[in-house]
Write a protein that binds this ligand. Structure first.
Ligand code: KG4
Ligand code: ZN
Length: 348
C-alpha cells in the first residue's frame, strides 16, 4: 500500500536520530533554516558498563524519543499538522536503536500523510557544516571522523560521494576511546583524553604518524594505541605523565589526519575541506586544519561543536534536501546497519 504524498518536499522537516547512544530530534525548514533541536545523551547510563550496551540503548530511545519530539515541536512553535516531511537515520548504526527511530518516524509520517526519508548517518555528518553561515559549496573534500568511521570523501555534489580513504582498523574516535581506556580514563574516553592533553607538555613523548610515509589516503590507528600503551606502562604513571602521553597521542592523530587531508585536496584539486563527525569537535584538530588552510589557501568548514557529535539537526537537513527533490520511501520500515555511502542516489 502506498501513501499519497500530500505535501511532498514542502514545509518543515522533522529529523530523528537514534543510531547509537544519543536521541536527537530537530525541525529544519527549507525556507527558514533550523527551527529547533533537542538532544538526550545516554552516556551516563552506558558509563557503568564502559561502553554502549545496544539493548539498553534501544530501550532508552523508546523512552526518550516521543517526549523529545513533543518538546522540539513546541520549541519550534509548530504542531504536527505544520510538518511537511519526516527524516530519520536508517543506518549505519545499532540495529535495535535504528529501529526505534525508524518505526516512530515512519508511523508519524504515515498517520499524517507525509513523505518520509531514511537518511544515511554519515551523510548527515557530512552535510552538518551546511547548517552554519557561509556553507561550503561542492566540490569539496570531507574528512568524516567519528566513533565508527574515519573516511576521506570526495563530494562532487550532494549525494555524489567517492570514497578516497578509509580506516584499515580502528576509527579515529575509537582510537581516542580505546587509548583513553588503556590509560584508565572513564568512558567516554575521547573528550576526556582531549581535555587531559591540554595539560600535557609538548615533546615529552612522540608517537609515529601511521601510514603517512607511503602514498595513499587510508588510515590505521591500532598500532598507535599499542605504542601509547607501552609508553604509559613503562612510565612513572604520574598525573603529569598521563597528560604528556595524552598530548603526544593527540598530536600524532591530528597530524596524521591533517597530512591525509592535504594529500586528498592535492589529489582532487579541491580547495574546500569539510571536517565532520565526533572527532571534528577536537580543538587541536580544528586549530591545526584552520591554520593549514590559511597558510596553504584552502577553506576549512566545521559544524559548530554540538553538531560534530550525533544530533537530529543534521538528519533533518539531509532529509529535507532529499525530500525537496521528491525522494522518499515506501511505508515499510527498513534500516541498514551497514550501508555504503557511495551507493546513495544523487540529489538533483
Ligand atoms: O559522531 P559521533 O558522536 O558518533 C558516531 O557516529 O560515532 O562520534 C563520537 C566519537 C567518539 O569516539 C568520541 O570519543 C569522539 O567522537 N569525540 C572526540 C571528541 N569529542 C568526541 N574525540 C576527540 N576529541 C574530542 N573533543
Ligand atoms: Zn555519528
Amino acid at each position: 500500500m502506498n501513501q499519497p504524498i500530500a505535501k511532498a518536499g514542502h514545509g518543515p522537516v522533522l529529523g530523528v536520530e537514534t543510531s547509537c547512544d544519543e536521541t536527537g530530534v530537530a525541525v529544519f525548514d527549507p525556507a527558514r533554516g533550523l527551527l529547533a533541536h533537542t538532544l538526550y545523551s545516554q552516556i551516563r547510563m552506558h558509563a557503568d558498563y564502559g561502553g554502549v550496551v545496544p539493548e539498553l540503548a534501544s530501550r532508552d530511545h523508546v523512552r526518550k524519543l516521543m517526549p523529545l519530539v513533543r518538546e522540539t515541536l513546541a520549541r519550534a512553535g509548530l504542531g504536527v499538522a505544520d510538518l511537511g516531511g519526516v527524516a530519520y537515520t536508517a543506518g549505519p548504526g545499532l540495529v535495535g536503536a535504528l529501529l526505534v527511530g525508524a518505526t516512530a518516524a515512519r508511523a508519524l509520517a504515515w498517520s499524517l500523510g507525509l513523505p518520509a526519508i531514511g537518511v544515511h548517518h554519515m551523510e548527515g555528518h557530512l552535510l552538518a557544516p551546511l547548517l552554519e553561515a557561509d556553507p561550503p559549496e561542492p566540490p569539496f573534500v570531507a574528512l568524516l571522523v567519528s566513533g565508527g568511521h574515519s573516511m576521506l570523501i570526495e563530494v562532487a555534489g550532494i549525494g555524489r560521494y567517492t570514497l578516497l580513504g578509509d580506516t584499515l582498523d580502528d576509527a579515529a574516535g575509537e582510537a581516542f576511546d580505546k587509548t583513553a581506556k588503556l590509560m584508565g580514563l572513564p568512558y567516554p574516553g575521547g573528550p576526556a583524553l582531549a581535555r587531559l592533553a591540554e595539560q600535557g607538555r609538548p615533546g615529552v613523548f612522540r608517537f609515529a604518524r601511521p601510514m603517512t610515509d607511503r602514498p595513499g589516503l587510508d588510515f590505521s590507528f591500532s598500532g598507535l594505541k599499542t605504542q601509547v600503551l607501552l609508553a604509559w606502562q613503562h612510565s612513572d604513571r604520574a598525573e603529569q605523565t598521563r597528560a604528556d602521553v595524552a598530548r603526544a597521542f593527540e598530536e600524532a592523530i591530528v597530524e596524521t589526519l591533517a597530512i591525509k587531508c592535504r594529500r586528498a585536496l592535492a589529489q582532487t584539486g579541491a580547495r574546500r575541506l569539510v571536517i565532520a563527525g565526533g572527532v571534528g569537535a577536537n580543538r587541536r584538530l580544528r586549530a591545526e586544519l584552520a591554520e593549514a588552510g590559511a597558510r596553504e589557501g584552502f577553506s576549512v568548514h566545521f559544524p559548530r561543536l554540538e553538531f560534530c557529535t550525533d544530533n537530529g539537526a543534521m538528519i533533518a537537513l539531509a532529509g529535507a534536501l532529499r525530500l525537496a527533490v521528491g525522494q522518499h520511501e515506501t511505508p515499510e520500515i527498513r534500516v541498514r546497519p551497514r550501508w555504503d555511502l557511495a551507493s546513495l542516489p544523487p540529489v538533483a
